[in-house]
Ligand binder design. Structure first.
Ligand SMILES: O=C(O)CCC(=O)C(=O)O
Length: 300
């Protein structure tokens, strides 16, 4: 579904100004958007996930471990597809609270694509270089949104998501490096026009939400604090938007219509999108390996 059609549908949770701000700026931040009950359940589930990681000694397709991870002191980059590893995550991703937010920016019929739980454990956990998400999982239109939930909140020194305001209206840049490797990163020469005053990095307490448009250039800095910064990221699209490549992060619920009705026709946006590697063959370990020799978001 295209933005102009989405905006003709009645809003569920957001104001008209908030919806328009999302489409104008390519993101929308909301403080205290998730109920205390849900935050408590997500924290418990996250704690369990971290406990289980004590037995994990290497990346196993679900856990992506941070340097220095050990049983005594777990350090995690990410849990792929958290909805496959703890029922609370799927319940939450399919809940009214989440799907209403998604519906306000993708339209009343909402489809789930994938999710991840990023940890940034603290004391130097690396950030993410500037990148755009949709080239890793192209869809027939540009409706996909990532709904990010800070379950513990996020302060400026914890490496919040940082967005280049309005970049959703600009070009999609290659995410391959000069050697042809998929880098989940824009090339420096492509984005040298980005200045600090174009970047927003909203922060807030537990339950702060960031809705991130799939074309928006974004990244994040190192977590320099002692406290971990768990961030649950769930990707939804309009039900009439279809992924046309294999998914880098796959799970049992991919393609589930979590709100409204399945589509009878597909929605198309013919603006081109670079193709990623064939994830079904190449596998996907996350951006850390490829980004590790580069400074995050213009410097750690
Ligand atoms: O966790 C972060 O700070 C950034 C996450 C991100 O940009 C992504 O997963 O695409």
């Amino acid at each position: 579904m295209h933005p102009e059609d989405v905006l003709t549908c009645p809003a569920v949770r957001l104001s008209d100004t908030e919806r328009r701000s999302y489409f104008t700026n390519g993101y929308l931040a909301l403080g205290g958007a998730i109920s205390r009950n849900w935050i408590a359940r997500l924290r418990d589930a996250t704690r369990e996930i971290v406990e289980r990681s004590r037995d994990v000694v290497e990346d196993d397709g679900a856990y992506v471990l941070e340097e220095g991870h050990c049983a005594e002191s777990p350090r995690l980059h990410r849990l792929m597809s958290p909805e496959a590893h703890h029922p609370a995550f799927w319940e939450f991703i399919a809940s009214e609270e989440m799907t209403a937010l998604a519906a306000d920016v993708v339209g009343p019929d909402v489809k789930f694509h994938h999710a991840k739980l990023n940890f940034k454990s603290g004391r130097g956990s690396r950030g993410f270089r500037w990148h755009q998400d949709i080239p890793a999982w192209p869809h027939t239109d540009y409706s996909p949104v990532t709904v990010g939930v800070y379950t513990e909140g996020c302060s400026p020194d914890q490496g919040p998501l940082a967005m280049v305001r309005g970049s959703n209206h600009g070009a999609l840049y290659t995410q391959y490096d000069h050697h042809g490797n998929y880098a989940v990163s824009c090339r420096e020469e492509d984005i040298e026009w980005v200045r600090d005053d174009m970047v927003d990095a909203p922060t807030g307490g537990p339950g702060t939400v960031v809705l991130l448009h799939c074309r928006t250039i974004h990244g994040s800095r190192t977590n320099r604090s002692d406290a971990p910064r768990p961030l649950l990221l769930a990707v939804y699209s309009s039900a009439d938007s279809f992924a046309y490549t294999s998914a880098p992060i796959d799970g049992p619920y991919r393609g589930t219509v979590v709100r409204g009705q399945p589509a009878r026709y597909a929605s198309f946006d013919t603006r081109p999108c670079e193709l990623p590697p064939d994830w079904a063959r190449a596998g996907y370990a996350g951006p850390w390996e490829l980004q590790k020799n580069a400074a995050a978001t213009g410097g750690n």
